[in-house]
Design a protein around this ligand. Structure first.
Ligand code: DLL
Length: 433
């Protein structure tokens, strides 16, 4: 089912015209109501009247994460506080969180794009949606919750954690759609197995997984362990939360709901748009958001945009799965290493569990890369020779892909810390030295 056929299947020329109109309005609202934007526009010599069509977007300045910190907490709001009906915040690793606000209308649009997300993965009003993203300042829980209600599904507001209860209600309430981080879905499968609960016998059919990077190889692991089609869903709080883009059942790129969230891909070093189909940093402009008319926000997420038509009938452009960020690249002895490369290699090796931790440290002046890998129960209790052969194999395969020699530590099943929300897979101790 396509939730908003009118917009999701809009003729591309007509869509572009609509986006141009909305952009003009957003630029004007930003300039007139947010002193921060007025100053920024003035510094670039751009006035709202210079923005007449979508092509004029390149005249506008970028917004970056730090702009939220500089204007903390409400400096980017374009409406009086009495019109704000909700705030969310994402916690940074350091300092103050990034605060976002929503008017009643914004909440309505967010619910709509979240409902589109669920419908993209086959959800309908007949479904039972278990939301196991965290509720609270994080946008995951409430975002999917409102989307589920808008779709007309029966929503179970579980929030994250409490896996045994999640499994019990999944069974008793007949959950068909599960929404949580990809890493938490694996934890649910693991706890089910440990308790002798056959998760494959539940009514689950689709999982809406996002909020953290994951790979195709991880998707196969999830689809083997849970009876779901694993749908990749993308979003970020600054833009709205979940419901910015979603895979459809084709599982071939994420449809961007671009009548509201306009995407561009730029070269992160120069800020210039890349050639169509080229990889670069994803940038979003919120075309309709009233509380924060976000202009050209640099997400730091790396992707490509695909303009070819999807067999599902939606005409929106599709973004490729985000497997890296401009700031997650590790430089190990001068060599660039992306965590997603490591995950892809590990997930293809038999006997390796989908739980790992990358630890970077310094030994003297040299960087050391250690990868802790959980092995399956039967292998761990097996003879040392077999474990050593596995360690060697992981080492060889990673060395050839990464061009650095990692230290591989095979660790006991379930010994790597599980997370209820976003998984933490990299510890860089060099930062502390
Ligand atoms: O994670 C919103 C969300 C909630 C998306 C639930 C999907 C499901 P933030 O906490 O602001 O918002 O984190 C946003 O998470 O810039 C990406 O780096 C990463 N991210 C989100 N979805 C994906 C995904 C929510 N599907 C940041 N694949 C983004 C890879 C993702 N990374």
């Amino acid at each position: 089912m396509i939730f908003s056929e009118k917009y999701e299947c809009m003729d591309r020329k007509e869509l572009k015209r609509l986006q141009g109109e909305r952009l003009r309005d957003a630029a004007r609202r930003a300039y007139e109501n947010v002193p921060f934007y007025r100053k920024k526009f003035d510094e670039c010599g751009v006035k709202p009247e210079h923005i007449q069509s979508l092509d004029d977007i390149v005249k506008l300045p970028f917004t970056v994460k730090d702009d939220f910190r500089q204007t903390y907490p409400f400096g980017l709001f374009a409406v009086p506080q009495r019109e704000i009906v909700r705030v969310h915040a994402s916690s940074g690793t350091t300092g103050k969180p990034t605060v976002v606000g929503y008017t009643r209308e914004d909440i309505g649009i967010w619910a709509e794009t979240s409902a589109r997300t669920l419908a993209c993965g086959g959800g309908t009003a007949e479904d039972v949606l278990q939301v196991a993203y965290g509720y609270g300042l994080f946008t995951g829980g409430l975002g999917l919750h409102y989307g589920g209600e808008r779709l007309g599904a029966m929503v179970i507001p579980m929030s994250g954690g409490n896996s045994m209860k999640q499994l019990m209600l999944m069974q008793d309430f007949g959950t068909t759609l599960l929404a949580c981080t990809p890493s938490y879905s694996l934890q649910l499968a693991e706890e089910a197995a440990a308790e002798g609960f056959d998760i494959k016998k539940t009514k689950l059919k689709a999982g809406f997984f996002g909020a953290e990077p994951w790979t195709e190889a991880m998707r196969s692991q999830i689809e083997q362990r849970l009876p779901v089609k694993a749908i990749d869903i993308y979003g970020l709080s600054e833009v709205t939360g979940p419901g910015v883009a979603s895979e459809c059942l084709e599982q071939h790129g994420l449809h961007v709901f671009e009548d509201h969230y306009y995407p561009e891909v730029i070269n992160p070093s120069t800020g210039e748009p890349v050639a169509p189909g080229e990889r670069g940093e994803l940038v979003f402009t919120c075309l309709t958001k009233q509380a924060i008319p976000l202009i050209r926000y640099r997400t730091r997420d790396l992707t490509t945009l695909d303009e070819t038509l999807c067999p599902c009938g939606r005409t929106s452009r599709r973004m490729a799965r985000v497997t890296g960020r401009t700031d997650d690249m590790l430089i190990i002895r001068g060599v660039n290493v992306f965590p997603s490369q490591i995950e892809t290699v590990l997930m293809k090796i038999d006997g390796v569990e989908p739980h790992y931790l990358i630890v970077v440290d310094k030994s003297g002046v040299l960087d050391e890369l250690e990868i802790k890998v959980e092995v399956s129960e039967n292998l761990f209790s097996d003879e040392v020779k077999k474990l050593e052969a596995l360690r060697r194999r992981i080492f060889e395969e990673l060395r050839s892909v990464l061009s650095v020699s990692p230290k591989i530590s095979l660790v006991e099943p379930k010994s790597i810390e599980r997370s209820v929300g976003k998984a933490k897979r990299v510890i860089d101790r060099r930062d502390l030295k």
